[in-house]
Design a protein around this ligand. Structure first.
Ligand SMILES: Nc1ncnc2c1ncn2[C@@H]1O[C@H](COP(=O)(O)OP(=O)(O)OP(=O)(O)O)[C@@H](O)[C@H]1O
Ligand SMILES: [Mg+2]
Length: 274
């Protein structure tokens, strides 16, 4: 469904021009989750932005459902990328604090030619809230009325309301407490199965990536150093940099959280039959 081939991205111009992504190739099948892991500054978010059509590409191609995104002209690109949504680390930064949740969620359904009628919009807002485990009454509230984990659920509701085929999750759980991380990861896992969506799951945390991904790509200074089956990459990393990430896979400090995390691992593994 998504094919990235030889993707190369430069930032800056003239003498300050710098290559931040070099010859990166990977693909994501329908319903599949690819984990993209790498240290800060390795180019993860830049790759996500390129897939969303938000940064110019210096070389290579990004095809979504067979169509080239990187060279599509404005209108066509917006059509194509409508089926690709994004969830960021900080929903508070991306949710308008003065706007009711219902209005924020309804927005993508009320613009453009495919704009829906009032009743259908209300039904879709309620459905999206329900899918992320929030009551319909949340629509009348403001972002500030919710906890961090709930706000991330709202960001997820906003992403799924247009029924996308691919979601770029950029550090989507990194700012959350460990136990809340587990809940949100669980929700993302359920939603991908229920709505048959694919994820590009971007994180600096290999352990988190391993939970959701069927395959893992490891990015080091703009280049992929590994791309393979998730368990294989996690359990038997071939590249020295991945081995380093593996060794640094965080061990949560409080014992109680550690247990919860283990339970979560087990539960997910049992469910996916691994
Ligand atoms: N708009 C920009 N203009 C110039 N350089 C940028 C821009 N955005 C990012 N960079 C640089 O490009 C490189 C890759 O950044 P990117 O944000 O993609 O990394 P990342 O892997 O997502 O890091 P993090 O884990 O910190 O989010 C970094 O060196 C960064 O400083
Ligand atoms: Mg980033």
């Amino acid at each position: 469904m998504l094919e990235v081939d030889g993707l190369t991205i430069d930032y800056g111009r003239g003498r300050s021009r710098r290559r931040v992504v070099a010859d990166v190739s990977f693909s994501i099948a329908a319903g599949e989750t690819l984990g993209l892991v790498g240290e800060s500054g390795s180019g993860k978010s830049t790759i996500g932005k390129a897939i969303l059509g938000l940064v110019p590409v210096a070389g290579g191609s990004i095809r979504f459902a067979g169509e080239e995104i990187s060279t599509a002209s404005g209108r066509r690109r917006r059509q194509l990328t409508r089926e690709i949504q994004v969830i960021y680390q900080d929903p508070y930064g991306s949710l308008n604090p003065a706007r009711r949740i219902g209005t924020t969620l309804a927005e993508p359904l009320t613009v453009g030619r495919q704009s829906l009628g009032r009743r259908e919009v209300a039904a879709r807002v309620a459905e999206a809230l329900d899918l992320v485990g929030l009551p319909a009454s949340a629509a009348d509230k403001l972002p500030g009325d919710f906890s961090g984990g709930q706000r991330q659920r709202i960001a997820i509701a906003r992403a799924i309301i247009v029924r996308p085929r691919l979601i770029v999750c950029d550090e989507a759980v990194s700012a959350l407490d460990l136990s809340i991380q587990a809940q949100v990861l669980n929700l993302l896992q359920d939603l991908s199965a229920e709505l048959k969506m694919s994820y590009l799951f971007v994180s600096h945390d290999l352990a988190v990536v391993e939970l959701l991904s069927s395959r893992i790509a490891v990015l080091y200074k703009g280049s992929l150093v590994e791309n393979g089956d998730a368990r294989e990459v996690f359990d038997h990393p071939r590249d020295p940099y991945t081995q380093l990430l593996r060794a640094a896979a965080p061990v949560p400090a409080p014992r109680e959280q550690e247990l919860r995390r283990d339970e979560f691992f087990e539960k997910l593994r049992a469910r996916s039959g691994v």
